[in-house]
Design a protein around this ligand. Structure first.
Ligand code: PBG
Length: 328
């Protein structure tokens, strides 16, 4: 009797039931966080750079949140397109308790739907220069002054009902300041998901269109967001954010940074999320439109890759499509 080959790994792949039985990783709607853009206008505004994605008026945002809940998506992430007249050098609209973000949070929380609201903490949708923080005369983004303002912004969001504040600014020390501010004001159960390893990436372009900051941005964000060349530095960022009180950490962008997800997951016992960002979404849509690949297959394969790399969940504009495909 021949024993060649001695092992046949194709055996367990030979039928659908067996492939299902041997799957090491599962993807479910509970793995998805759906980013939603909010507009001050009164009608849906499709975002040209992101086919299939719109900005929603506050009165329709609650519908999206209920849709998420019905699809089994546990959480939505909110991003406001602040009217340009309300943007300023110091971004003070960020801590107006009646700003677009806070009105959207309240509209969702008022529905009573079982869905979490995650809110971005950073100044870029509120500043006239498009940076995530306060800038000095030379255009440098000031760290400590910005962190103070972010703590104020996070507090205003928590007061409006945010369940998870997610600082996406990359200032040093801001997680500790925000945690302290939340504790002092009694928001002990408001979580912090830290954008810990956020890279200065070319994949954010369509997002900047969606929140209206692309034309405003002066220069780039390389003095605060990370260099794509680095990975040890990501571990140091994550270590600091955990020490300062982050409940979960994020790696961003997604697919080109799965090595970072894996390193973080192996190193720390903490929930790790990734953001499949706007440019990644746009690439999949462009590939599908060009007939290069099947949209649904591309979406499910990329999302599974995040899970395999160690993610607890993924922020993705494809969340509603993926949830439908996964048969919620
Ligand atoms: C801003 C922020 C950005 C994204 C999320 N929060 C853009 C940036 O840093 O310029 C990008 C998300 C995406 O591209 O989908 N603080």
């Amino acid at each position: 009797m021949s024993h060649y080959p001695a092992l046949r790994l194709r055996r367990t792949r030979s039928a659908p039931w067996s492939r299902r039985m041997h799957a090491e990783t599962v993807l479910t709607p509970a793995d998805l966080i759906w980013p939603l853009f909010v507009t001050d206008g009164d009608a849906e505004e499709p975002v040209g750079a992101l086919p299939g994605v719109s900005r929603w008026p506050v009165r329709q945002i609650a519908e999206r949140a209920k849709e998420a809940a019905a699809l089994g998506i546990p959480c939505v992430a909110l991003f406001p397109n602040t009217p340009h007249a309300l943007r300023s050098d110091d971004g003070r609209e960020a801590f107006n308790p009646d700003n677009l973000m806070c009105r959207a949070i309240r509209a969702i929380k008022d529905t009573g739907a079982d869905v979490g609201v995650l809110t971005d903490v950073a100044l870029d949708p509120y500043t006239s220069h498009g940076h995530d923080g306060l800038v000095d005369a030379a255009g440098y983004v000031l760290n400590d002054e910005t962190a103070e303002v972010l703590a104020r912004q996070a507090l205003v969001q928590a007061e409006a009902g945010s369940d998870i504040v997610a600082p996406s600014d990359m200032m040093d020390g801001r997680i500790g300041l925000i945690r302290e501010a939340l504790e002092e004001e009694g928001h002990v159960n408001v979580q912090i998901m830290a954008y810990s390893a956020k890279y200065a990436s070319a994949f954010y372009g369509p997002f900047r269109d969606a929140v209206g900051s692309r034309g405003l941005l002066k220069g780039d964000k390389k003095t605060y967001q990370m260099d794509p060349a680095n990975s040890e530095e990501a571990l140091r960022e994550v270590a600091l954010d955990i020490e300062e009180g982050a409940d979960s950490v994020m790696v961003k962008p997604g697919l080109p940074y799965l090595d970072i997800v894996r390193r973080v997951k192996d190193e720390f016992e903490v929930p790790v999320f990734a953001y499949q960002v706007s440019g990644e979404y746009a690439m999949i849509e462009a590939a599908a439109a060009a007939g290069v690949g099947d949209r649904e297959a591309l979406v499910l394969e990329t999302l599974m890759a995040f899970k395999r790399a160690g993610c607890s969940g993924v922020l993705t504009y494809h969340a509603p499509l993926a949830a439908k495909l996964l048969g919620a």
